[in-house]
Design a protein around this ligand. Structure first.
Ligand code: ZN
Length: 269
């Protein structure tokens, strides 16, 4: 099989993980900028992180024959400090034209605070000004429903943004329709503890359609499964889904979304 891993934090994974995902059929890995597992002490930490995402990690992935793409932002978890957020936002233009940068992400909300919303709005503005794709992180657990509504309303209110160029990630049963009905794409994250298991993820696809959905492992420095996407293909076969359908959901859909950025190229096409 072939698939794309559209959301993985490879800087915190080992070379063994690269070997595993390539062996399983991964054709490209896409890495949104996110929290590092700790709060960075200044904007210089982000500067170095963006260098890592645009210069070093693509080289590491290339050693395993894998294309590596990335997204830039200050994540919502570190957006509470408005001064820091402005400093990081001012660094992004220096990196945005790098050959592996697909857009702005993963922006969004964490605790749905006023400051997080302000920083989200600034990122959306940056994306609109530079015609960038947007990848959105939605909050966890009890904050998810309210946060998803706030995010969707904020992005919809900016007439410069085409919803087809925005993916709302980490959707669950109660938030998938909010994103899809507004014309956005929706991402389902396969996680062993929080977020979705493979059976739940496939239930969502069976209930809400599959045209504008992708699946990802969102593997990072915490408990997560880099092979979650191909493992979900096993569960789909068990349920009788065809190889054609699996290929659309796990390969052609993410390729279609990210292909809206001309920098995104697949080795096989
Ligand atoms: Zn993430």
């Amino acid at each position: 099989m072939r698939y794309i891993e559209p959301h993985a934090h490879m800087v915190s994974r080992t070379t063994d993980d690269y070997v595993s995902i390539v062996t399983a059929g991964c054709q490209a890995v896409c890495e949104p900028a996110f929290w590092a597992g700790f709060d960075r002490s200044s904007s210089r930490g982000f500067y170095d992180y963006f260098r890592q995402l645009t210069q070093y990690e693509p080289q590491r992935a290339a050693k395993f024959g894998l294309a590596h793409y990335t997204w830039l932002c200050i994540n919502p978890k570190e957006s509470e400090d408005l001064v820091l957020a402005d400093e990081v936002l001012s660094i992004i233009p220096e990196f945005i034209d790098s050959p592996n940068v697909l857009g702005i992400g993963e922006i969004g909300l964490n605790k749905n605070s006023r400051n997080e919303l302000k920083v989200l709005e600034k990122h959306v503005n940056l994306a609109a000004e530079r015609d960038q794709l947007i990848l959105v992180h939605t909050p966890h657990l009890e904050d998810k429903l309210k946060g998803t509504r706030l995010i969707v309303d904020l992005i919809k209110s900016d007439s410069r943004i085409d919803p087809g160029k925005v993916i709302i990630d980490h959707v669950e049963e109660h938030t998938a329709a909010i994103a899809l009905d507004a014309g956005f794409w929706a991402g389902i994250t396969l996680y062993p503890e929080s977020k979705c298991t493979p059976p739940r993820a496939i239930d969502i696809v069976e209930n809400f359609g599959h045209e504008q959905i992708w699946m990802n492992s969102a593997c990072d420095w915490g408990v997560s499964i880099p092979l979650a996407v191909p493992k979900t293909a096993l569960e789909m076969r068990r349920r009788g889904h065809t190889e054609e359908f699996i290929d659309q959901l796990l390969y052609r859909n993410p390729a279609r979304f990210m292909g809206q950025c001309p920098k995104f190229k697949l080795p096989l096409e």
